[in-house]
Design a protein around this ligand. Structure first.
Ligand code: KG4
Ligand code: ZN
Length: 340
């Protein structure tokens, strides 16, 4: 079974070909990060324009690399939510055109479920599982049961983890996106340099804006007093604290819900400290931790095709129910549980 995946929810245009739910025949990712860097973040209008310009040639490249034609495609999967609305619409409209023109069923996929299913492409993931979803736009703890049903048990009250890392990096003049730079600087700094407060939130809630403000205040105060500090120490203190919080809450939830495994999903799943600390601490409790390879942590279409494959599996004999009509639209904000 061949699924063609299409992803355009943010600043990566991607098309992938997935065979039998596991074998990635191609996964072409065109990142616009260099274009948005000069603005210090993603500019939605520019992102949409680049998706429009690139998507047809990326489709050609994905088919060529997989050595197939559109006639070999059984299903088309497209990210329809959540994301930048203009960016989503490019992928959704393109996918609808292909599906109608070639008479191929179209399956709408939730972007965060895609990030979660990226894990299933490379390893066996035991169920029930607890997913820690950490991206530029989201921070959630999600339970996945044996029937691949999703229940959100916690999330952030303000900034997402990736967003807060990017903001702290901007204060430190580290450029965009900040997450990967902070990841590298951590190892050159002292994580105990700047003590940061524990956010006062519910058991499985997160809040990162207070931590970020504490960093901004420290930097401003030091600069106004003419005191010097090492950027590495600030980056290490911030990342160390954020990872502590993520690991602590994820382990507490894993124990309470008695899951058989934990997975990390989303762009921040690429973070080396988070991968190491969560794996070491969970495995000491006998809970295995999975995370995708770095390429599959970033936005990509193979994970969207994987999301469609599991949706088909869960639908059993009622596959038609999950197919999108020509009315399918992009949706900017959509909790996991309200996925189509
Ligand atoms: O999932 P993603 O590609 O886009 C969204 O769906 O939001 O996540 C992007 C986020 C950015 O905030 C980026 O700074 C962060 O992932 N990120 C990292 C690392 N690589 C990317 N954060 C920490 N460490 C990394 N190595
Ligand atoms: Zn993403």
């Amino acid at each position: 079974m061949i699924i063609l995946g299409i992803e355009t929810s943010c600043d990566e245009t991607s098309v992938a070909v997935l065979k039998d739910g596991k074998e990635v025949l191609s996964n072409i990712i065109s990142s616009q990060v260099e274009i948005h860097r000069e603005y210090g973040g993603v500019v939605p209008e520019i992102a949409s324009r680049h998706h429009i310009r690139n998507i047809a040639s990326i489709l050609d490249e994905a088919l060529l690399k997989a050595n197939i034609t559109l006639s070999d495609v059984d299903y088309i999967a497209v990210t329809y939510a959540p994301g930048l609305i203009g960016a989503l619409l490019v992928g959704v409209s393109f996918a609808k055109g292909l599906a109608l023109g070639k008479n191929i069923p179209l399956i709408p996929v939730h972007h965060l479920k895609g990030h979660i299913f990226a894990n299933f492409l490379e390893q066996d993931v035991p169920l029930p599982n607890l997913a820690l979803v950490v991206s530029g736009g989201h921070t959630n703890l999600v339970l996945i049961d044996e029937e691949y049903r999703f229940t959100n048990i916690g999330g952030t009250l303000d900034d997402a983890v990736g967003e807060s890392l990017d903001k702290v990096a901007r204060i430190l003049d580290l450029g965009y996106p900040g997450g990967p730079v902070v990841d590298r600087l951590y190892y050159k700094g002292d994580r105990n340099f700047l003590p940061l407060p524990d956010p006062r939130v519910g058991k499985y809630e997160f809040s990162f804006s207070g931590l970020k403000t504490a960093v901004i205040n420290y930097v401003h105060r030091a600069k106004s007093r003419g005191e010097s500090f090492r950027i590495e120490d600030i980056a290490a203190s911030y990342l160390g604290k954020v990872v502590d919080i993520l690991v602590h809450k994820t382990l507490a939830a894993a124990k309470e819900y008695g899951v058989r495994g934990i997975l990390i999903a989303g762009g921040v799943a690429a973070n080396s400290l988070l991968r190491k600390e969560l794996r070491e601490k969970a495995e000491a409790l006998g809970i295995p931790v999975s995370f995708p390879s770095i390429r599959l942590c970033m936005d990509n279409a193979a994970m969207i095709a994987a999301g469609a494959w599991y949706k088909l599996r869960a639908a059993g004999n009622e596959k038609e129910k999950i197919f999108a009509s020509a009315e399918l639209n992009g949706i900017a904000t959509l909790p996991l549980e309200r996925d189509l």
